[in-house]
Write a protein that binds this ligand. Structure first.
Ligand code: PXG
Ligand code: PLP
Length: 443
């Protein structure tokens, strides 16, 4: 069990083109995970590795949850697949209603997808179709925000605001972007930063430029995750909400990371007390055990499609995936939300976040740390870059952490933590103290 290649041949390693991975580096020095339980992975050499990102923001309940395993295995034995179009099975309806219990009031119609990226495409397509359905077909323009991450499909990269994720793929949809909210004067803010609410007024300027009659929707992450954890400035989301309401523009919150507990609340909407018209979900929805995403709509959007003179046998919306509402991930999701609720993990996140905030900010004086941001059980630590090589230092720190037995995320000039909801204070202290050592060693 001490072979870091886990018995894989070079040709097997070469056959898999890995996603968002430095393939050449990985295949020389693979990091293979072979098992997981609670807050720990076991790697191919049998080492225990602390899961500092809950998988990829997916496994807040921890790993190897017996209730999920049982639900999935029972579902596979009972009904392994059911056609998604024109036929149904009980789990998707039960799960849809269960999801709405976690959503803000009024968001109560659920469309199933297989990933966050598809949840985003679904939100953008339906936003456009909604206005057409309401007799306003010119409302097509979609607005995102700089540094936003909305998955990797064409709609998502069009509204997305991370240049490296779109630059090589050629033409995208015609979109606009609000400025991001990462202000130097907010460095080392704890929780929501004080300054920056007025950045929401960028939307007013875009409305002046294009006219609201041409704008379908604005999409933002309530707390931007992938670009390095940016909690919204105080008052910012409410201002966006007000401008959207005043101008008949749909507001979409991409809650793929924020949804189901990460913020110490059911959603980012609840944490920041602002209700959008549409919410996208994925990741934590099944605790990562199986792929599933969802897009949740306020009822009036759904009703707009149902309120039609077309014959009842006609489809109201030509959209959906072969695996939309697949019974097995629906069963996993039902079990995951039951565990989240029964173990009262959302209030636990809110409580643990207090210790996490205090502890993570103790890294302020470590070498090369230029900013630390946090909310709930999420944190982003920005590192001073090597000249011309912004991504190198986070890579070095993350590899040093891996050697010490801690998995943390690195991307751009940032190290990210997304701790499991079940984390103990002593484990928070261990990961932060290891990070402090790594920052010293990589200085
Ligand atoms: N929207 C948001 C806000 C996301 O965070 C997606 C959409 C896309 O979801 P899928 O399931 O298609 O990947 C995401 C995904 C990171 C990291 O390190 C974040 C994501 C994915 C992988 C890594 O922060 N977010
Ligand atoms: N490509 C082809 C040729 C297909 O037949 C389908 C679905 O039937 C798709 C793509 C879309 O696949 P999915 O529904 O899994 O997104």
């Amino acid at each position: 069990m001490s072979d870091k290649f886990a018995g894989l041949t070079q040709s097997q390693l070469d056959a898999h083109w890995m996603p968002f991975t430095a393939n050449r580096q990985f295949k020389k020095d693979p990091r293979i995970l072979s098992a997981a339980d609670g807050c720990y992975y076991t790697d191919a050499q049998g080492r225990q590795v602390f899961d500092g990102l809950s998988g990829l923001w997916t496994c807040g309940l921890g790993h190897n949850i017996p209730e999920i395993t049982e639900a999935v295995s029972n579902q596979l034995k009972e009904l392994d697949y059911s056609p998604a179009f024109q036929f149904g099975h009980t789990k998707s309806f039960q799960f849809a209603e269960r999801i709405t219990q976690f959503m803000p009031d009024g968001l109560n119609r659920v469309f199933f997808t297989n990933s966050g990226s598809e949840a985003v495409e679904t939100s953008l397509k339906i936003a456009r179709a909604y206005w057409r359905q309401k007799g306003q077909p010119s409302k097509t323009r979609l607005i995102g925000r700089a540094k936003g991450y909305h998955g990797v499909n064409f709609g998502g990269i069009s509204v997305g605001g991370i240049g490296t994720n779109r630059a090589i793929f050629g033409e995208t949809l015609t979109t606009d972007h609000l400025r991001h909210t990462l202000l130097p004067e907010n460095a080392f803010s704890k929780g929501m930063p004080e300054k920056g609410a007025e950045l929401a007024d960028d939307l007013t300027e875009l409305i002046a430029l294009h006219d609201a009659s041409n704008i379908a929707a604005v999409i933002v992450e309530p707390m931007a995750g992938s670009c390095g954890v940016l909690p919204p400035p105080v008052g910012y989301l409410q201002r966006l909400r007000d401008i959207c309401t005043d101008n008949n523009i749909l507001l979409i919150f991409d809650e793929v990371i924020c949804g189901f507990g990460r913020m110490g609340a059911k959603t980012g909407s609840e944490a920041f007390n602002v209700t959008p018209d549409i919410i996208t979900l994925a990741k934590q929805i099944t605790n990562g055990a199986l792929p599933l995403g969802a897009t949740v709509f306020k009822q009036e959007i759904y009703d707009t499609f149902m309120d039609t003179d077309a014959p009842e046998y006609m489809l109201e919306l030509p959209h959906g995936y072969t695996y939309s509402a697949h019974p097995v991930p629906c069963a996993a999701g039902l079990a995951a939300l039951d565990v989240l609720e029964q173990q009262q993990l959302i209030p636990r996140v809110a409580r643990t976040a207090v210790h996490f905030e205090k502890t993570i900010h103790e890294l302020k004086d470590c070498p090369n740390v230029v900013d630390i941001r946090n909310y709930g059980l999420a944190s982003g630590i920005t590192l001073h870059p090597y000249p011309g090589e912004p991504a190198k230092r986070p890579f070095e720190v993350a590899m040093n952490m891996w050697d010490k037995g801690f998995y943390v995320r690195y991307g751009g000039d940032t190290i990210q933590l997304g701790l499991p909801f079940i984390v103990e204070e002593s484990q928070i202290d261990s990961v932060v103290s290891a990070l402090s050592e790594s920052l010293d060693e990589c200085a």
